[in-house]
Design a binder for this molecule. Structure first.
Ligand SMILES: CC(C)(COP(=O)(O)OP(=O)(O)OC[C@H]1O[C@@H](n2cnc3c(N)ncnc32)[C@H](O)[C@@H]1OP(=O)(O)O)[C@@H](O)C(=O)NCCC(=O)NCCS
Length: 183
């Protein structure tokens, strides 16, 4: 069982993943308010109150025991501003987790979320003991599909009409990744 303490930042060559703080509201809302960012997501676009509520939840779950939710702020090294977020939502058995990610469009297409997702998946296996990581994405979300495949995830299913949107039911891919701990 994990939880009760803040995690140490996860670092890659260019990036840091760290716990959110309430002071991240401005930089978090800068991407969460955008329709181009949330088009394929289950939430948003946010008004300020919605971003405030999300951020409050992200901070509250940091102290849960067991901790099943890791919503982490993505920053460039040397700059505290949040440019996006990655998350792991553990399943009840704490052996598997859903991966998610979002990035401000100013930073799209530089391989940043691929770099951060690979690091978070490795961290989840080594630190949380995860054995299986899964993700779903809208079948139209080409960038997300690429990220998932570039980190080695395998398409396991097409879930037809799995998500209700204002435009009707849309199809979702499900991806999965079996991992073993680093040597
Ligand atoms: C998905 C997202 C996080 C990717 O972040 P990113 O840092 O730009 O991703 P990367 O640069 O690591 O990789 C993106 C890949 O998608 C490709 N790509 C981007 N847009 C594409 C498109 N319209 N069609 C095909 N491929 C596309 C890029 O070329 C790149 O692949 P490559 O390395 O083979 O060239 C970002 O686009 C985003 O925040 N989208 C909105 C939120 C979202 O949809 N989140 C995922 C929910 S499941």
């Amino acid at each position: 069982m994990t939880g009760g303490a803040l995690i140490s930042p996860i670092e890659t060559a260019r990036l840091r993943l760290r716990e959110f703080a309430l002071s991240d509201l401005g930089s978090m809302h800068a991407y969460a308010r955008r329709h181009d960012v949330t088009r394929y997501l289950m939430w948003g676009p946010n008004d300020v109150q919605a971003s405030q509520d999300q951020l409050t939840t992200f901070v509250e779950v940091q102290s849960a025991v067991p901790r099943l939710v890791y919503e982490l702020a993505l920053t460039l090294k040397g700059d505290e501003r949040t440019i996006g977020a990655l998350c792991l939502y553990l399943d009840e058995d704490e052996q598997s987790a859903e991966l998610g990610f979002v990035l401000h469009p100013d930073f799209w297409g530089q391989g940043l979320v691929t770099e951060a997702s690979a690091a978070l998946a490795t961290w989840g296996v080594d630190r949380l003991g995860l054995r299986y990581i899964w993700a779903t994405c809208d079948t139209r979300n080409k960038a997300s599909v690429r990220v998932l495949e570039k980190i080695g995830m395998v398409r396991e299913a097409v879930m037809c009409g799995a998500r209700a949107t204002p435009d009707g039911l849309v199809d979702q891919f499900r991806y999965g990744l079996m991992k073993t701990p680093s040597p």
